[in-house]
Design a protein. Structure first.
Length: 259
């Protein structure tokens, strides 16, 4: 597919707003396979039996709201955290029908909740999930459900722009197991998947890199213009650019104290 000249596509990709986690703009321009486990469905099932639930780094709240809409019962307490002001406004609107409250939390700041407040803590694609803090605010017997962006996700794309990067992908799952155990949580399941991502025009690549900031930290069109030109030519020749995202599902439980 072609959507204009190199300059046209740069300009279009740079102009699209990046607020929230609505990816509908990519329709016809890019595709991404989903992991087989169905995070939103799993989250909806866990929410249906929760009394108090927290979603960490909720973005625009779209995914959390979708899961709440699938739940058999909405928890009495629905909370979320989000540090970016434009997303905070979107998330507040998305979660209002469920009685949700979105709390601003910047970066690695502690979660502003008392110990043992929630019996479900979730997170989808957090930049860096705070496992220690999540374990602290979980009640005994509570569940943690996180879908991480796994190590090396979209490596083909960022190495196309940056050149070869350090690769410790093989160590990632063992390190994640240790991290979960290290904060006193019992691992219930750990699932990992590589899924195909295909970009059909350069505007989609530019918008993706602006939206998913951790792929190429500090990305700007001007800084990567030459490599983007090569990528534009690659798509023109091959019809698309293919890379692979990595998604990792972590489900863990906080042990109840022994009698």
């Amino acid at each position: 597919m072609k959507f204009g000249t190199f300059e046209d596509q740069l300009a279009e990709g740079a102009a699209v707003p990046t607020d929230g986690w609505d990816f509908s703009w990519f329709a016809g321009r890019a595709t991404e396979q989903r992991p087989g486990w169905g995070y939103v469905r799993l989250c909806g099932e866990r929410l249906g039996s929760a009394r108090a639930a927290l979603d960490v780094d909720t973005g625009g709240g779209e995914v959390y709201a979708e899961a709440l809409g699938l739940a058999a019962h909405v928890p009495a307490v629905v909370r979320a955290t989000e540090g970016w002001a434009p997303n905070h406004r979107l998330a507040s609107a998305a979660l209002e029908p469920f009685g949700g409250v979105v709390v601003p939390v910047d970066g690695d700041a502690p979660l502003p909740f008392e110990d043992g407040t929630f019996d479900l803590v979730t997170g989808r694609h957090p930049v860096s999930f705070p496992y220690s803090e999540a374990g602290r605010v979980l009640a005994p017997g509570g569940t943690l459900l996180v879908q991480e962006v796994g190590a090396g996700s979209n490596r083909e794309l960022y190495e196309y722009l940056l050149g070869p990067q350090e690769n410790r992908d093989a160590e990632y799952l063992d390190a994640l197991r240790e991290r979960v155990a290290g904060v006193g949580l019992d691992l219930v399941q750990l699932r990992d998947a590589l899924t195909r991502v295909e970009f059909f025009d350069l505007a989609a690549v530019v918008h993706f890199l602006r939206k998913v900031l951790w792929t190429v930290p500090g990305f700007t069109v001007d800084a990567y213009r030459d490599r983007l030109r090569d990528l534009y030519d690659h798509i023109a020749e091959h019809g698309s650019f293919v890379c692979h995202s990595r998604r990792t599902l972590v489900e863990a439980r906080k042990a109840r104290p022994h009698a």
